[in-house]
Design a protein around this ligand. Sequence first.
Ligand code: ATP
Ligand code: MG
Length: 256
Amino acid sequence: MNELILDVEQLSACYGRVEALIGVSLQVARGEIVTVVGANGAGKSTLLHSLLGTIAPTNGRIAFAGEDISRWPIHRRIDAGLVLVPEGRRILVSMTIEENLLLGAHMRQDKSAVRREIDNIYDRFPNLGRRRSHGASCLSGGEQQMLALGRAMLAKPQLLMMDEPSLGLSPLFVSKLFELIKDYNREGLSVLLIEQNTANALRIAHQATVLELGRVAMEGDAAAIAGSARLQEAYLGGAAHEVTEADKRKWIGRRS
Ligand SMILES: Nc1ncnc2c1ncn2[C@@H]1O[C@H](COP(=O)(O)OP(=O)(O)OP(=O)(O)O)[C@@H](O)[C@H]1O
Ligand SMILES: [Mg+2]
């Protein structure tokens, strides 16, 4: 296995009396896509916010690129390359598309490289390029997600964390988005992808962790998890019924 970019040990977090994460351990090797899947309330967003530092865990250790960042303030984590695309995208609709992208690069001094990277995003998404000087409110939900991803990439992430990026997108945009994540990964980006869109996430991920009520229920090779009955159980509330090949194709898009 490659060197670990992220090594989380026994992370716990709570909201008052609600234990949202209970002893969660998770690793991401450099250059890998790891997905964390789980039903509503499983603790997925809490995990991401604990990693970024917007929630203070009650226990556990987070190592990022070999350093213990558990006590680092948020801005130091971001500067080190831990970048989050939050749920709901958080595009600034009062700014233009280009201004939104520039925001992602505001820490960078290498302005000519930033310019090239922005042009590269416009090449990939002509719809963004054509409307670069328009307000971001003119974009569809799918286009806003692409803009949020582009903005995050301009911050030069070492690890890109995404919280349910496919939420509310049309199937066409979901496949575009996942192709794009895969492309960036082929270029070397490490990704921690949180999803309820299990089938698509497991298809592009190398490794997967299933969270259930704040605990790790399963982890391992993404293809193996996709084929596992436990996952179906977790999602469908009991595997008392016969699982047919047609069911499997519907759920995970291919034979297990
Ligand atoms: N601000 C909060 N205050 C109190 N409880 C919270 C808060 N945020 C989350 N929780 C609780 O913590 C648990 C984990 O929530 P979390 O948002 O991390 O789950 P999730 O897996 O991201 O769910 P979803 O798929 O709905 O986004 C849930 O029981 C939730 O109700
Ligand atoms: Mg969430």
